[in-house]
Design a protein around this ligand. Structure first.
Ligand code: SAH
Length: 372
């Protein structure tokens, strides 16, 4: 077995990465009040500004007519700096799936995906520019980590796309953003504090935050065990998704290199700890890769590991990525895998893959400025 790099952190990459300017969404309510007082404004302006940004999804200072005209621009410059510059938006599924490519203040590129369904609107957001986890079947993992996103860079992806949904852009879907999945670029638990602050902003009621239900937020991880255990103790009701992809250490060491540090048994223990503490069912993600992890014996082994646990398996047909030698499993093989898991008493579904045509599906986000 080859030894693959485990974690490439920004700190070991040499130069200290340039974080963006501070933004309203980085601050809690009292931090916002302090910032306005520092600008010579009354504290109550914090609530006015927050109502525009989080409550009405308005970011243009000219539209903030309840702020004095003379200080609007100064307030917006200080607290609503532009963090995400749209570079390109691509749509598919008759407009129900939209991928947004953003340029950050330092030139880094990240992507987010908006998905409309009849009963809900989901945004898939990025937590890092690039990713250091090096999973060989994932396009994001191939380029390595550039840097962590700030709390506001994470939140602003959701607020911006909530505005797109609110404009009625997705026909046949509700206009209100309801669900967020941390399944875009990056490993959310490797940027723990900022991701947690972002979750608090996204779930605090308006005008403090976006007012989403904690249960409608999913954090997906490769399995950083100490961070999973810490998350379990945060007293949150968010859904944890674990990217397992193999039930045995031999194969998982290769598919998810962080497994060389935390083995399948440890990562599942941490998942069950999360389920115990929160009462939430853990979602186990498993990309179906032809002749790699889709054998009947692996389905049976996975079934034995998960039977009787508060878990749900999401099989993801492997999405194509540039230069990958792997293919998705054949449909009959996938069906047999599902059958064996269900026979073991494990609730299992196959994920409806959105956005393949625009490289917006799981594992395809690679933030290239040139359309591929
Ligand atoms: N780093 C976190 C968050 C990214 S979520 C994590 O890995 O969980 C993206 C999900 O898509 C993960 O479950 C990932 O393993 C999966 N994925 C990556 N590449 C894929 C591909 N080519 N096809 C299908 N799923 C893929």
């Amino acid at each position: 077995m080859t030894s693959l790099p485990i974690i490439q952190s920004a700190a070991t990459a040499g130069r200290r990465p340039a974080m963006p300017p501070r933004h309203l969404a980085d601050l809690d309510v009292s931090g916002r009040e302090d910032a306005l007082v520092a600008l010579g404004e009354p504290r109550f302006r914090a609530r006015q500004l927050s109502t525009h940004y989080f409550g009405r999804l308005v970011r243009d200072p000219d539209a903030m007519t309840d702020l004095p005209a003379a200080t609007r621009a100064k307030i917006a410059d200080d607290l609503l700096p532009r963090l995400l510059t749209p570079v390109r938006e691509m749509a598919t599924d008759d407009g129900a799936t939209r991928k947004a490519l953003w340029r950050l203040h330092d030139g880094s590129l990240v992507e987010s995906v908006l998905m409309g369904y009849p009963d809900r609107v989901t945004v898939c957001i990025s937590s890092q520019a690039g990713c250091g986890m090096a999973c060989p079947f994932c396009a994001t993992g191939q380029a390595g980590l550039t840097r962590n996103l700030s709390t506001a860079e994470i939140v602003d992806q959701a607020v911006y796309l909530a505005g797109v949904a609110a404009s009625g852009a997705i026909a046949g879907s509700p206009s209100r953003l309801s669900h967020i999945v941390f399944m875009g670029m990056g490993e959310p638990l490797a940027n723990y504090n900022r991701v947690l602050a972002a979750v608090r902003r996204l779930t605090s009621p308006a005008p403090e935050g976006l007012g989403l239900s904690q249960r409608h937020i999913t954090i997906s991880t490769v399995g950083l065990v100490p961070a999973m255990r810490k998350l379990a103790d945060e007293d949150l009701q968010v859904t944890l998704a674990l990217s397992l992809h193999a039930p045995d250490d031999d194969l998982r060491d290769e598919l998810v290199p962080v497994n060389q540090r935390w083995k399948v048994a440890e990562v599942l223990d941490a998942a069950w700890h999360y389920a115990d503490r929160t009462g939430r069912r853990v979602s186990v993600e498993y990309a179906m890769i032809k002749d790699v992890n889709d054998q009947p014996w692996r389905a049976d082994l996975l079934g034995r590991l998960l039977a009787g646990r508060l878990a749900h398996v999401n099989l993801i047909p492997l999405n194509p990525t540039p230069g990958s030698k792997w293919d998705a499993s054949a449909k009959p093989v996938e069906r047999e895998f599902v059958r064996r898991l269900r026979a073991a008493g494990v609730s299992t579904t196959v994920r409806d893959t959105r956005g393949r045509e625009i490289d917006g599906a799981c594992g395809q986000l690679a933030a290239s400025e040139v359309p591929t």
